[in-house]
Design a protein around this ligand. Structure first.
Ligand code: ATP
Length: 234
């Protein structure tokens, strides 16, 4: 469904991606792991067109995305829950959710999906009329994921959904990601928590200094001595 080929990205003179290729098949969970600065966030940004790659191709359901604008990409079924969450801190929870559906005109469908988000994340229902800036970090992270899901994506890009959260909140987020994936949404997941990411990933890629250095199923990478040593703290 998503096919990234030979993606090169520069920040000025810095070459952040040096020819990254990866695939996300329909409905699958793909994890991207690697040390700080390896290029994980940059990969997601280039896919969702938050930045322009120097070269390479990003095809989504047969269409080249590198020529489109970010909102065109949302309309094609690709949503991005970015690093730093990307929610509007001065707007309420409900307003943030409705903004996630900004391209949709089906009022009844939007209301039904808002309900679906409240059943996935019951705390968001309690906080519905609160401005997002008053939520805890974990609640903001849930809102970021829920907001991205409000566009009804076929593929959701997630940047560090568990960063800085308490263990129960991390569990909750990963449970929701499993549920969302079981409903057929594909996920491209960037995670510092490599152990959790590899547990839910059908496939994973290891990035090092802007290059893919290893790929395999989640189970294969969990069992790999190199991965265990470098990313699972063993
Ligand atoms: P992290 O987990 O720390 O976010 P990452 O794997 O997501 O790491 P990127 O954020 O994609 O890595 O960064 C890749 C490289 O590009 C790093 O060397 C980083 O310093 C550099 N970089 C990232 N953003 C910028 C920017 N806006 N300007 C200049 N250099 C940048």
């Amino acid at each position: 469904m998503l096919s990234v080929k030979d993606l090169v990205v520069h920040y000025g003179a810095i070459e952040a991606l040096r020819g990254v290729s990866l695939e996300v098949p329909e409905g699958q969970v793909v994890a991207l792991i690697g040390a700080n600065g390896a290029g994980k966030t940059t990969t997601l940004r280039a896919v969702s067109r938050m930045l322009r790659p120097t070269s390479g191709s990003v095809r989504f359901r047969g269409e080249e995305l590198t020529r489109l604008m970010p909102h065109d990409i949302v309309a094609r079924g690709l949503a991005h829950a970015p690093e730093g969450r990307g929610i509007f801190l001065n707007l309420t929870v409900k307003e943030n959710l409705d903004l996630g559906a900004f391209l949709r005109r089906d009022g009844d469908g939007i209301a039904a999906d808002r309900e679906r988000m409240f059943s996935l994340f019951p705390i968001l229902r309690e906080r519905m009329s609160q401005v997002a800036g008053t939520l805890s970090g974990g609640e903001q992270q849930m809102l970021s994921v829920a907001r991205a899901l409000m566009s009804r994506p076929k593929l959701l890009l997630l940047d560090e959904p568990s960063l800085g959260l308490a263990p129960q909140v991390v569990e909750r987020i990963f449970q929701v990601l499993r549920d969302v994936s079981a409903q057929g949404v594909a996920l491209l997941l960037v995670e510092q928590n490599a152990h959790k990411a590899l547990q839910i990933a059908h496939r994973a890629y290891v990035l090092e200094t802007g290059e893919v250095v290893m790929t395999g199923t989640g189970a294969e990478l969990l069992a790999s001595p190199e991965v265990r040593k470098a990313y699972l703290g063993e």
